[in-house]
Design a protein around this ligand. Structure first.
Ligand code: BYC
Length: 483
Protein backbone atom coordinates (compact mmCIF):
# COMPACT_ATOMS: atom_id res chain seq x y z
CA UNK A 1 0.00 0.00 0.00
CA UNK A 2 3.04 2.27 0.10
CA UNK A 3 2.83 4.89 -2.62
CA UNK A 4 6.38 6.27 -2.35
CA UNK A 5 9.80 4.79 -3.09
CA UNK A 6 10.76 5.03 0.59
CA UNK A 7 7.43 3.73 1.82
CA UNK A 8 5.94 7.11 2.70
CA UNK A 9 2.19 7.40 2.19
CA UNK A 10 -0.26 10.25 2.24
CA UNK A 11 -2.49 8.42 4.72
CA UNK A 12 -1.35 7.71 8.28
CA UNK A 13 -1.69 4.15 9.50
CA UNK A 14 -3.40 4.30 12.92
CA UNK A 15 -3.64 0.51 13.25
CA UNK A 16 0.04 0.48 14.23
CA UNK A 17 1.34 0.76 17.75
CA UNK A 18 3.10 3.91 16.60
CA UNK A 19 0.91 5.63 13.96
CA UNK A 20 3.08 6.50 10.99
CA UNK A 21 3.23 7.04 7.27
CA UNK A 22 6.82 5.83 6.90
CA UNK A 23 6.12 2.10 6.63
CA UNK A 24 7.63 1.44 10.05
CA UNK A 25 6.32 -2.13 10.04
CA UNK A 26 8.89 -2.98 7.38
CA UNK A 27 11.85 -1.79 9.43
CA UNK A 28 11.73 -4.00 12.49
CA UNK A 29 14.94 -2.73 14.10
CA UNK A 30 13.80 0.86 13.94
CA UNK A 31 10.32 -0.08 15.05
CA UNK A 32 11.68 -1.91 18.10
CA UNK A 33 13.96 0.99 19.01
CA UNK A 34 11.08 3.47 18.81
CA UNK A 35 8.80 1.12 20.73
CA UNK A 36 11.39 1.13 23.50
CA UNK A 37 11.48 4.93 23.47
CA UNK A 38 7.67 5.22 23.48
CA UNK A 39 7.09 4.24 27.18
CA UNK A 40 9.84 6.65 28.22
CA UNK A 41 8.05 9.37 26.25
CA UNK A 42 4.73 8.52 27.93
CA UNK A 43 6.38 8.65 31.36
CA UNK A 44 7.86 12.01 30.48
CA UNK A 45 4.42 13.25 29.32
CA UNK A 46 2.83 12.01 32.53
CA UNK A 47 5.48 13.66 34.68
CA UNK A 48 5.91 16.97 32.89
CA UNK A 49 3.07 17.33 30.37
CA UNK A 50 -0.22 19.14 31.09
CA UNK A 51 -1.17 18.40 34.70
CA UNK A 52 -4.38 16.63 35.78
CA UNK A 53 -5.58 15.77 32.30
CA UNK A 54 -6.02 12.00 32.59
CA UNK A 55 -9.80 12.18 32.85
CA UNK A 56 -10.38 14.87 30.27
CA UNK A 57 -11.89 14.51 26.84
CA UNK A 58 -10.65 17.26 24.58
CA UNK A 59 -11.96 18.30 21.19
CA UNK A 60 -8.66 17.92 19.32
CA UNK A 61 -7.40 18.02 15.78
CA UNK A 62 -5.49 14.89 14.83
CA UNK A 63 -3.61 14.32 11.60
CA UNK A 64 -4.99 11.44 9.56
CA UNK A 65 -3.01 12.09 6.41
CA UNK A 66 -0.34 14.47 5.26
CA UNK A 67 -2.17 15.81 2.23
CA UNK A 68 -3.45 19.36 2.27
CA UNK A 69 -6.55 18.85 4.44
CA UNK A 70 -5.52 15.64 6.15
CA UNK A 71 -4.56 17.15 9.45
CA UNK A 72 -7.88 18.87 9.97
CA UNK A 73 -9.66 15.91 11.54
CA UNK A 74 -11.52 16.91 14.72
CA UNK A 75 -13.06 14.90 17.55
CA UNK A 76 -13.00 14.23 21.30
CA UNK A 77 -9.87 12.48 22.49
CA UNK A 78 -9.06 11.28 26.01
CA UNK A 79 -5.78 12.98 26.70
CA UNK A 80 -3.78 9.87 27.71
CA UNK A 81 -5.07 8.14 24.57
CA UNK A 82 -3.77 10.73 22.14
CA UNK A 83 -1.84 8.94 19.37
CA UNK A 84 1.52 10.54 18.75
CA UNK A 85 3.18 9.32 15.60
CA UNK A 86 5.56 9.92 12.74
CA UNK A 87 4.39 11.86 9.72
CA UNK A 88 6.51 13.07 6.81
CA UNK A 89 5.33 14.83 3.71
CA UNK A 90 5.76 12.50 0.71
CA UNK A 91 9.07 12.37 -1.07
CA UNK A 92 9.69 14.23 -4.29
CA UNK A 93 12.06 11.90 -6.10
CA UNK A 94 13.40 14.69 -8.25
CA UNK A 95 14.13 17.06 -5.41
CA UNK A 96 17.46 18.81 -5.85
CA UNK A 97 19.60 20.74 -3.38
CA UNK A 98 19.08 24.38 -4.25
CA UNK A 99 21.71 26.27 -2.29
CA UNK A 100 25.28 26.07 -1.02
CA UNK A 101 28.20 24.01 -2.27
CA UNK A 102 26.03 21.05 -3.29
CA UNK A 103 23.57 23.09 -5.32
CA UNK A 104 21.89 21.11 -8.13
CA UNK A 105 22.93 17.75 -6.68
CA UNK A 106 20.22 15.27 -5.77
CA UNK A 107 18.80 15.83 -2.23
CA UNK A 108 20.25 13.36 0.29
CA UNK A 109 18.19 10.45 1.54
CA UNK A 110 20.87 9.63 4.08
CA UNK A 111 23.29 11.67 6.16
CA UNK A 112 26.68 12.26 4.53
CA UNK A 113 29.45 11.38 7.00
CA UNK A 114 30.99 14.86 6.88
CA UNK A 115 27.73 16.49 8.03
CA UNK A 116 26.72 13.92 10.61
CA UNK A 117 27.74 15.92 13.62
CA UNK A 118 26.30 19.36 12.68
CA UNK A 119 23.06 17.79 11.42
CA UNK A 120 22.63 15.86 14.62
CA UNK A 121 23.29 19.05 16.58
CA UNK A 122 20.63 20.95 14.61
CA UNK A 123 18.06 18.16 15.02
CA UNK A 124 18.75 17.82 18.73
CA UNK A 125 18.48 21.59 19.25
CA UNK A 126 15.20 21.68 17.36
CA UNK A 127 13.93 18.58 19.17
CA UNK A 128 14.85 19.99 22.58
CA UNK A 129 12.57 23.00 22.22
CA UNK A 130 9.45 20.88 21.77
CA UNK A 131 9.30 19.07 25.13
CA UNK A 132 10.67 22.22 26.77
CA UNK A 133 7.62 24.24 25.77
CA UNK A 134 5.29 21.50 27.06
CA UNK A 135 7.12 21.57 30.40
CA UNK A 136 6.89 25.36 30.55
CA UNK A 137 3.12 25.18 30.05
CA UNK A 138 2.40 22.26 32.40
CA UNK A 139 0.36 24.12 35.00
CA UNK A 140 -1.57 26.57 32.84
CA UNK A 141 -4.67 24.36 32.67
CA UNK A 142 -5.39 25.13 36.33
CA UNK A 143 -6.04 28.80 35.52
CA UNK A 144 -7.61 28.67 32.07
CA UNK A 145 -9.72 31.69 31.09
CA UNK A 146 -12.24 29.47 29.22
CA UNK A 147 -12.84 26.00 27.83
CA UNK A 148 -11.99 27.31 24.39
CA UNK A 149 -8.55 28.42 25.62
CA UNK A 150 -8.02 25.22 27.58
CA UNK A 151 -8.64 23.19 24.45
CA UNK A 152 -6.21 25.32 22.46
CA UNK A 153 -3.53 24.88 25.12
CA UNK A 154 -3.86 21.10 24.95
CA UNK A 155 -3.89 21.16 21.16
CA UNK A 156 -0.59 23.02 21.19
CA UNK A 157 0.85 20.67 23.85
CA UNK A 158 0.03 17.44 22.00
CA UNK A 159 1.42 18.85 18.77
CA UNK A 160 4.67 19.90 20.44
CA UNK A 161 4.82 16.32 21.75
CA UNK A 162 4.46 15.11 18.18
CA UNK A 163 7.16 17.47 16.99
CA UNK A 164 9.45 15.81 19.51
CA UNK A 165 8.51 12.47 17.93
CA UNK A 166 9.40 13.90 14.53
CA UNK A 167 12.95 14.74 15.60
CA UNK A 168 13.33 11.50 17.54
CA UNK A 169 12.36 9.54 14.42
CA UNK A 170 15.20 11.24 12.51
CA UNK A 171 17.68 10.57 15.33
CA UNK A 172 16.74 6.89 15.56
CA UNK A 173 16.48 6.29 11.85
CA UNK A 174 19.61 8.09 10.65
CA UNK A 175 22.05 8.50 13.54
CA UNK A 176 22.47 5.03 15.02
CA UNK A 177 23.53 4.66 18.62
CA UNK A 178 24.42 8.38 19.00
CA UNK A 179 20.93 9.23 17.82
CA UNK A 180 19.32 6.85 20.32
CA UNK A 181 21.34 8.39 23.13
CA UNK A 182 20.35 11.88 22.07
CA UNK A 183 16.69 10.77 21.97
CA UNK A 184 16.99 9.56 25.57
CA UNK A 185 18.60 12.83 26.63
CA UNK A 186 15.72 14.79 25.10
CA UNK A 187 13.49 13.22 27.75
CA UNK A 188 15.94 13.90 30.55
CA UNK A 189 16.69 17.60 30.26
CA UNK A 190 14.10 19.81 31.95
CA UNK A 191 13.06 23.38 31.31
CA UNK A 192 14.56 25.63 33.98
CA UNK A 193 16.48 22.82 35.71
CA UNK A 194 19.72 24.22 37.13
CA UNK A 195 21.63 20.97 36.56
CA UNK A 196 20.16 19.72 33.30
CA UNK A 197 18.42 22.62 31.54
CA UNK A 198 16.99 22.79 28.04
CA UNK A 199 19.53 23.87 25.41
CA UNK A 200 18.28 27.29 24.33
CA UNK A 201 17.79 30.17 26.75
CA UNK A 202 14.13 31.06 26.07
CA UNK A 203 13.08 27.50 26.82
CA UNK A 204 14.24 27.79 30.40
CA UNK A 205 12.10 30.85 31.16
CA UNK A 206 8.88 30.44 33.07
CA UNK A 207 5.45 30.56 31.41
CA UNK A 208 3.53 30.94 34.62
CA UNK A 209 0.35 32.59 33.40
CA UNK A 210 -1.73 32.99 30.28
CA UNK A 211 -0.36 36.37 29.24
CA UNK A 212 3.13 34.85 29.14
CA UNK A 213 1.64 31.91 27.23
CA UNK A 214 0.05 34.08 24.54
CA UNK A 215 3.22 36.14 24.20
CA UNK A 216 5.26 32.94 23.98
CA UNK A 217 3.07 31.46 21.26
CA UNK A 218 3.12 34.74 19.34
CA UNK A 219 6.86 35.44 19.58
CA UNK A 220 8.62 32.15 20.34
CA UNK A 221 6.47 29.77 18.31
CA UNK A 222 7.08 32.13 15.42
CA UNK A 223 10.82 31.62 15.82
CA UNK A 224 9.82 27.97 15.44
CA UNK A 225 8.15 28.83 12.16
CA UNK A 226 11.24 30.59 10.78
CA UNK A 227 13.72 27.95 11.97
CA UNK A 228 11.53 25.14 10.63
CA UNK A 229 11.15 26.96 7.32
CA UNK A 230 14.95 27.25 7.08
CA UNK A 231 15.26 23.52 7.86
CA UNK A 232 12.53 22.69 5.33
CA UNK A 233 15.06 23.85 2.70
CA UNK A 234 17.64 21.33 3.91
CA UNK A 235 19.54 19.08 1.52
CA UNK A 236 18.86 16.25 3.99
CA UNK A 237 15.49 15.36 2.54
CA UNK A 238 13.96 13.52 5.55
CA UNK A 239 14.58 16.64 7.68
CA UNK A 240 13.02 18.87 5.01
CA UNK A 241 9.95 16.64 4.77
CA UNK A 242 9.43 16.35 8.52
CA UNK A 243 9.74 20.07 9.13
CA UNK A 244 7.37 20.84 6.26
CA UNK A 245 4.65 18.88 7.96
CA UNK A 246 5.44 20.45 11.33
CA UNK A 247 4.97 23.88 9.76
CA UNK A 248 1.34 23.11 8.94
CA UNK A 249 0.66 22.74 12.68
CA UNK A 250 2.72 25.75 13.72
CA UNK A 251 0.21 28.14 12.14
CA UNK A 252 -2.41 27.32 14.78
CA UNK A 253 0.08 27.88 17.61
CA UNK A 254 0.85 31.38 16.36
CA UNK A 255 -2.86 32.03 15.91
CA UNK A 256 -3.39 31.18 19.58
CA UNK A 257 -0.76 33.76 20.52
CA UNK A 258 -1.81 36.52 18.16
CA UNK A 259 -5.52 36.20 18.88
CA UNK A 260 -4.87 35.71 22.61
CA UNK A 261 -3.03 39.01 22.98
CA UNK A 262 -5.57 40.70 20.69
CA UNK A 263 -8.40 39.55 23.00
CA UNK A 264 -6.54 40.86 26.05
CA UNK A 265 -6.05 44.21 24.31
CA UNK A 266 -9.68 44.27 23.23
CA UNK A 267 -10.92 43.70 26.77
CA UNK A 268 -8.60 46.32 28.27
CA UNK A 269 -9.61 48.90 25.66
CA UNK A 270 -13.31 48.16 26.24
CA UNK A 271 -12.92 48.87 29.96
CA UNK A 272 -10.78 51.98 29.38
CA UNK A 273 -13.44 53.38 27.05
CA UNK A 274 -16.40 52.38 29.21
CA UNK A 275 -14.87 53.83 32.37
CA UNK A 276 -13.08 56.65 30.58
CA UNK A 277 -9.75 55.94 32.24
CA UNK A 278 -6.12 55.76 31.14
CA UNK A 279 -4.17 55.54 34.39
CA UNK A 280 -2.63 52.03 34.62
CA UNK A 281 -3.44 51.55 38.29
CA UNK A 282 -7.09 52.49 37.71
CA UNK A 283 -7.19 50.12 34.74
CA UNK A 284 -5.72 47.34 36.88
CA UNK A 285 -8.30 47.99 39.58
CA UNK A 286 -10.93 46.96 37.01
CA UNK A 287 -9.34 43.51 36.81
CA UNK A 288 -7.82 43.91 33.34
CA UNK A 289 -4.22 44.18 32.17
CA UNK A 290 -3.06 47.74 31.54
CA UNK A 291 -1.45 48.56 28.21
CA UNK A 292 1.88 49.53 29.82
CA UNK A 293 2.17 46.05 31.32
CA UNK A 294 1.42 44.51 27.92
CA UNK A 295 4.26 46.58 26.45
CA UNK A 296 6.68 45.27 29.11
CA UNK A 297 5.70 41.71 28.22
CA UNK A 298 6.22 42.47 24.51
CA UNK A 299 9.70 43.79 25.36
CA UNK A 300 10.58 40.67 27.32
CA UNK A 301 9.26 38.00 24.99
CA UNK A 302 10.57 39.73 21.90
CA UNK A 303 14.09 40.07 23.28
CA UNK A 304 14.42 36.52 24.62
CA UNK A 305 13.11 35.22 21.30
CA UNK A 306 15.63 37.26 19.29
CA UNK A 307 18.31 35.41 21.26
CA UNK A 308 17.05 32.18 19.70
CA UNK A 309 18.43 33.23 16.33
CA UNK A 310 21.99 32.83 17.69
CA UNK A 311 24.81 35.31 17.08
CA UNK A 312 24.22 37.82 14.31
CA UNK A 313 27.59 36.93 12.85
CA UNK A 314 28.06 33.19 13.01
CA UNK A 315 30.50 30.83 11.35
CA UNK A 316 28.16 27.96 12.32
CA UNK A 317 25.38 29.54 10.27
CA UNK A 318 27.77 30.02 7.32
CA UNK A 319 28.84 26.39 7.33
CA UNK A 320 25.24 25.17 7.79
CA UNK A 321 24.40 27.10 4.62
CA UNK A 322 27.38 26.15 2.45
CA UNK A 323 26.91 22.54 3.53
CA UNK A 324 23.25 22.68 2.48
CA UNK A 325 21.98 21.82 5.97
CA UNK A 326 19.90 24.93 6.62
CA UNK A 327 18.72 27.48 4.07
CA UNK A 328 17.33 30.99 4.25
CA UNK A 329 13.67 31.75 4.85
CA UNK A 330 11.92 31.17 1.51
CA UNK A 331 15.23 30.05 -0.09
CA UNK A 332 13.51 28.37 -3.03
CA UNK A 333 11.77 31.61 -3.98
CA UNK A 334 14.80 33.89 -3.65
CA UNK A 335 16.23 34.82 -7.04
CA UNK A 336 19.99 34.98 -6.57
CA UNK A 337 22.68 32.39 -7.14
CA UNK A 338 22.02 30.70 -3.74
CA UNK A 339 25.72 30.73 -2.93
CA UNK A 340 26.17 34.12 -1.21
CA UNK A 341 29.92 33.89 -1.71
CA UNK A 342 30.47 37.52 -2.75
CA UNK A 343 27.48 39.17 -1.09
CA UNK A 344 27.42 41.31 1.99
CA UNK A 345 24.73 42.07 4.57
CA UNK A 346 24.29 45.06 6.87
CA UNK A 347 24.21 44.38 10.58
CA UNK A 348 24.03 46.71 13.57
CA UNK A 349 26.46 46.31 16.41
CA UNK A 350 28.32 48.21 19.10
CA UNK A 351 31.78 49.46 18.28
CA UNK A 352 33.88 51.87 20.38
CA UNK A 353 30.92 52.72 22.55
CA UNK A 354 28.56 53.55 19.69
CA UNK A 355 25.84 51.80 17.70
CA UNK A 356 27.18 51.32 14.16
CA UNK A 357 26.10 49.68 10.93
CA UNK A 358 28.61 47.32 9.38
CA UNK A 359 28.64 45.33 6.15
CA UNK A 360 29.70 41.74 6.77
CA UNK A 361 29.95 38.74 4.41
CA UNK A 362 26.35 37.62 3.83
CA UNK A 363 27.26 34.01 4.56
CA UNK A 364 28.22 34.86 8.12
CA UNK A 365 25.12 37.01 8.65
CA UNK A 366 22.49 34.35 8.02
CA UNK A 367 21.25 34.35 11.59
CA UNK A 368 20.82 38.14 11.41
CA UNK A 369 19.01 37.80 8.10
CA UNK A 370 16.59 35.18 9.41
CA UNK A 371 16.02 37.36 12.46
CA UNK A 372 15.31 40.38 10.24
CA UNK A 373 12.78 38.34 8.23
CA UNK A 374 11.21 37.35 11.54
CA UNK A 375 11.09 40.94 12.78
CA UNK A 376 9.18 42.03 9.67
CA UNK A 377 6.53 39.46 10.47
CA UNK A 378 6.17 40.28 14.16
CA UNK A 379 6.00 43.99 13.30
CA UNK A 380 3.05 43.19 11.02
CA UNK A 381 1.45 41.35 13.96
CA UNK A 382 1.92 44.39 16.21
CA UNK A 383 0.40 46.60 13.53
CA UNK A 384 -2.69 44.36 13.57
CA UNK A 385 -2.82 44.52 17.39
CA UNK A 386 -2.51 48.31 17.28
CA UNK A 387 -5.70 48.62 15.25
CA UNK A 388 -7.55 47.68 18.45
CA UNK A 389 -6.65 50.75 20.58
CA UNK A 390 -6.98 52.79 17.39
CA UNK A 391 -10.58 51.61 16.93
CA UNK A 392 -11.35 52.66 20.50
CA UNK A 393 -9.74 56.07 19.97
CA UNK A 394 -7.01 55.26 22.51
CA UNK A 395 -3.67 56.80 21.46
CA UNK A 396 -1.47 54.01 22.96
CA UNK A 397 0.50 51.85 20.46
CA UNK A 398 2.58 48.75 21.19
CA UNK A 399 6.10 48.89 19.76
CA UNK A 400 8.87 46.36 19.25
CA UNK A 401 12.00 47.02 21.27
CA UNK A 402 15.28 47.69 19.45
CA UNK A 403 17.08 44.47 18.41
CA UNK A 404 19.84 45.21 20.92
CA UNK A 405 17.49 45.57 23.90
CA UNK A 406 17.97 43.02 26.73
CA UNK A 407 20.03 40.57 24.71
CA UNK A 408 22.04 37.70 26.15
CA UNK A 409 23.29 36.15 22.90
CA UNK A 410 25.15 37.75 20.00
CA UNK A 411 26.84 41.08 19.43
CA UNK A 412 24.58 43.06 21.80
CA UNK A 413 25.14 40.74 24.76
CA UNK A 414 26.89 42.57 27.59
CA UNK A 415 25.68 45.99 26.36
CA UNK A 416 22.89 48.03 27.84
CA UNK A 417 20.44 49.27 25.25
CA UNK A 418 17.09 50.96 25.79
CA UNK A 419 13.97 49.82 23.91
CA UNK A 420 14.39 52.84 21.62
CA UNK A 421 17.96 51.85 20.78
CA UNK A 422 20.10 54.16 22.96
CA UNK A 423 23.34 52.77 24.33
CA UNK A 424 23.27 53.21 28.13
CA UNK A 425 25.72 52.93 30.99
CA UNK A 426 25.16 50.07 33.42
CA UNK A 427 23.94 52.60 36.02
CA UNK A 428 21.37 54.09 33.65
CA UNK A 429 20.20 50.62 32.70
CA UNK A 430 19.82 49.61 36.32
CA UNK A 431 17.84 52.67 37.21
CA UNK A 432 15.52 52.48 34.19
CA UNK A 433 15.13 48.87 33.08
CA UNK A 434 12.48 48.05 35.69
CA UNK A 435 10.11 50.19 33.64
CA UNK A 436 10.83 48.23 30.47
CA UNK A 437 10.58 44.63 31.62
CA UNK A 438 7.89 42.82 33.60
CA UNK A 439 8.69 43.00 37.31
CA UNK A 440 7.83 40.39 39.95
CA UNK A 441 4.92 42.65 40.87
CA UNK A 442 3.68 42.63 37.26
CA UNK A 443 3.80 38.83 37.30
CA UNK A 444 1.99 38.79 40.63
CA UNK A 445 -0.68 41.15 39.36
CA UNK A 446 -1.24 39.20 36.15
CA UNK A 447 -1.16 35.97 38.16
CA UNK A 448 -3.81 37.37 40.51
CA UNK A 449 -6.26 37.72 37.60
CA UNK A 450 -5.91 34.11 36.59
CA UNK A 451 -8.88 32.10 37.84
CA UNK A 452 -10.26 28.93 36.34
CA UNK A 453 -13.24 29.48 34.05
CA UNK A 454 -14.67 26.22 32.72
CA UNK A 455 -18.35 26.96 32.14
CA UNK A 456 -18.98 26.61 28.38
CA UNK A 457 -19.20 30.02 26.69
CA UNK A 458 -17.89 31.93 29.73
CA UNK A 459 -14.63 33.91 29.71
CA UNK A 460 -12.46 35.40 32.44
CA UNK A 461 -12.98 39.11 32.97
CA UNK A 462 -9.50 40.05 31.67
CA UNK A 463 -9.96 38.65 28.17
CA UNK A 464 -12.55 39.10 25.41
CA UNK A 465 -14.15 36.03 23.78
CA UNK A 466 -12.69 34.96 20.43
CA UNK A 467 -14.36 36.07 17.22
CA UNK A 468 -15.31 32.48 16.34
CA UNK A 469 -15.02 28.97 17.75
CA UNK A 470 -12.84 26.05 16.67
CA UNK A 471 -13.75 24.25 13.43
CA UNK A 472 -16.71 26.61 12.94
CA UNK A 473 -18.34 25.45 16.17
CA UNK A 474 -20.03 27.98 18.45
CA UNK A 475 -17.93 29.70 21.10
CA UNK A 476 -20.05 28.05 23.83
CA UNK A 477 -19.28 24.55 22.55
CA UNK A 478 -18.05 22.16 25.27
CA UNK A 479 -14.46 21.99 24.01
CA UNK A 480 -13.31 20.02 27.04
CA UNK A 481 -15.33 17.45 28.98
CA UNK A 482 -14.43 16.63 32.56
CA UNK A 483 -15.52 13.01 32.91
N1 BYC B 1 20.60 29.84 23.94
O1 BYC B 1 26.98 30.80 16.24
P1 BYC B 1 25.93 30.79 17.29
C1 BYC B 1 10.70 26.07 18.15
C2 BYC B 1 24.70 28.48 21.22
S1 BYC B 1 11.89 27.30 18.28
C3 BYC B 1 21.60 29.00 24.26
O2 BYC B 1 25.66 32.01 18.05
P2 BYC B 1 24.25 29.22 15.66
C4 BYC B 1 9.60 26.08 19.12
C5 BYC B 1 24.73 27.60 19.97
O3 BYC B 1 23.93 26.44 20.14
C6 BYC B 1 13.08 26.92 17.03
N2 BYC B 1 22.63 28.73 23.44
O4 BYC B 1 24.56 30.28 16.77
C7 BYC B 1 9.04 27.25 19.56
C8 BYC B 1 26.21 27.34 19.84
O5 BYC B 1 26.54 26.29 20.75
P3 BYC B 1 27.60 25.17 20.33
C9 BYC B 1 14.14 25.94 17.48
C10 BYC B 1 22.64 29.35 22.24
O6 BYC B 1 24.85 27.90 15.99
C11 BYC B 1 8.04 27.23 20.52
C12 BYC B 1 26.85 28.61 20.36
O7 BYC B 1 25.85 29.28 21.13
N3 BYC B 1 14.93 25.49 16.36
O8 BYC B 1 10.78 25.25 17.30
O9 BYC B 1 24.54 29.82 14.33
C13 BYC B 1 7.57 26.02 21.03
C14 BYC B 1 27.31 29.54 19.25
O10 BYC B 1 26.27 29.60 18.29
C15 BYC B 1 21.63 30.26 21.85
C16 BYC B 1 16.18 25.87 16.11
O11 BYC B 1 16.77 26.62 16.84
C17 BYC B 1 20.57 30.48 22.76
N4 BYC B 1 19.55 31.31 22.47
O12 BYC B 1 22.66 29.21 15.78
C18 BYC B 1 8.13 24.84 20.58
C19 BYC B 1 16.81 25.32 14.86
N5 BYC B 1 21.91 30.70 20.62
O13 BYC B 1 26.97 24.42 19.15
C20 BYC B 1 9.14 24.86 19.62
C21 BYC B 1 18.06 24.55 15.10
C22 BYC B 1 23.06 30.12 20.26
O14 BYC B 1 28.82 25.91 19.96
N6 BYC B 1 19.11 25.35 15.73
N7 BYC B 1 23.50 29.31 21.22
O15 BYC B 1 27.70 24.32 21.57
C23 BYC B 1 19.93 26.16 15.05
O16 BYC B 1 19.82 26.33 13.86
C24 BYC B 1 21.04 26.82 15.81
O17 BYC B 1 21.44 25.95 16.82
C25 BYC B 1 20.67 28.18 16.46
C26 BYC B 1 21.99 28.83 16.91
C27 BYC B 1 19.93 29.07 15.46
C28 BYC B 1 19.81 28.02 17.69
Amino acid sequence: MADQPDGTQQAIDYSQHIPNNVDLANDRTLQRALERWQPAFLNWWDETGPANTNNLQVYLRTAVSVDRDGWANFGYVRMPEYRWGIFLTPRDENRKIHFGDHKNEQAWQDVPGEYRSPLRRIIVTQGDTEPASVEQQRLLGATCPSLYDLRNLFQVNVEEGRHLWAMVYLLHRYFGRDGREEAEALLQRRSGDANNPRILTAFNERTSHWLAYYMFTFFTDRDGKFQLAALAESAFDPLARTTKFMLTEEAHHMFVGESGVARVLQRTCEIMREQNMTDPSQVRAQGVIDLETLQRFVNFHCSVTLDLFGSEVSSNAASFYTGGLKGRYGETNITDNHALSNDSYAIQEISDGAMVNRQVPALTALNARLRDDYIREIQAGLDRWNRIPERFGIPFRLTLPHVGFHRKIGSFAGHFISPDGRLLSREDWESQSAGWLPSDRDHEFVGSLMGRVVEPGKFANWIAPPVRGINNLPIEFEYVRFN
